[in-house]
Design a protein around this ligand. Structure first.
Ligand code: ATR
Length: 285
């Protein structure tokens, strides 16, 4: 349906934003649901983001997904916020009503739903064993919180800057051990789940290298990076016969509750949005 003057409008705000896959994904769901709606990219620079969000809240937009570098600011400016956004300290979703904004964090649910994809059948259950989390930045915060919510019995954290890992473990009050970055392989033997939350492996960056020979054969390996879809980290793990999950699952998983929050109807679960995004990514590379 072509949008009318009464179309519901939502979008994604970040800087840069032209690489975002969210407009393609949301457009596919909007079309499938036959909605009179638009989902647009908003290039909002680091300066003035606070002001921009406050103004956009008063324009009739139903909401915004928030991506780098604005996830902390979004939480700060919101009139109210969910427990997940508060616990993570960041918001990837702002919904607007009557000029007021509400912050949420659907990366948490997105990560958990990505564990249902691809790697394990039945879905991987975080309560089934220890997880090795590599990195302690913003993405790690959402993932550690998700693992805690899902009953993960132990988290092994390793980050290049060890003090960030220690601070994260203390703040989240989790059962956690910290490994120095150069000894991160020592967590592999014990871990049922290994997650790269660092930016290593992103196109143009070095790969995150692990000694997969030390991993248990039943371990599931996740990368939240999706450009490229198969990072060096996942490729090496798959080469050792380990189950792997790429970053598209989390992208799609965080978008589903966002779509419903913006447009009031669930996203189509029959549409093969993974295939759609894989095609978009192939054309980009
Ligand atoms: P995000 O919000 O995407 O998580 P971030 O908060 O900047 O971004 O965190 C990036 C993560 O990648 C951090 O864990 C960072 O490690 P530091 O805390 O030591 O900075 C990690 N990272 C980035 N470049 C890295 C590199 N070359 N080697 C190891 N870790 C790296």
């Amino acid at each position: 349906m072509r949008p009318s003057g009464a179309a519901q409008v939502a979008g994604v705000a970040g800087w840069p934003i032209s690489h975002s896959l969210s407009p393609r994904l949301m457009a596919a769901w909007i079309e499938a649901a036959g909605l009179d709606a638009i989902y647009a990219p908003f290039a909002i620079g680091p300066e003035g983001a606070e002001e921009a969000f406050k103004v956009l809240a008063k324009t009739g937009l139903t909401g915004l997904n928030i991506t780098l570098p604005h996830k902390e600011i979004a939480l700060k400016i919101a009139d109210s916020s969910s427990d997940a956004a508060k616990a993570v300290g960041a918001a990837n979703l702002l919904t607007f009503k009557d000029g007021k904004s509400c912050a949420d964090n659907t990366d948490v649910a997105g990560f958990l739903s990505s564990l249902e994809e691809g790697g394990a059948d039945p879905a991987y259950d975080p309560a089934s064993g220890p997880a090795l989390v590599l990195g302690a930045g913003g993405a790690a915060r959402a993932i550690v919180y998700a693992l805690k919510l899902a009953g993960c019995p132990e988290i092994i954290l390793s980050n290049r800057t060890e003090s960030r890992a220690t601070a994260l473990a203390e703040e989240m009050a989790i059962n956690c051990s910290i490994l120095p970055w150069d000894r991160r392989d020592e967590g592999l033997e014990q871990a049922n789940l290994v997650i790269n939350t660092t930016s290593l492996g992103l196109k143009g960056q070095n790969d995150l290298v692990m000694d997969w020979d030390q991993a248990s054969q039943s371990c599931v390996v996740v990368d939240i990076v999706y450009t490229p879809l198969e990072t060096g980290f996942l490729k090496a793990a798959a080469g050792r016969g380990l189950k792997t999950i790429d970053g598209l699952g989390m992208l799609i998983g965080q978008a589903r509750p966002s779509f419903e929050a913006f447009f009031g109807v669930p996203s189509d679960d029959q549409l093969d949005v993974r295939a759609l995004l894989e095609t978009v990514l192939r054309h980009k590379s």
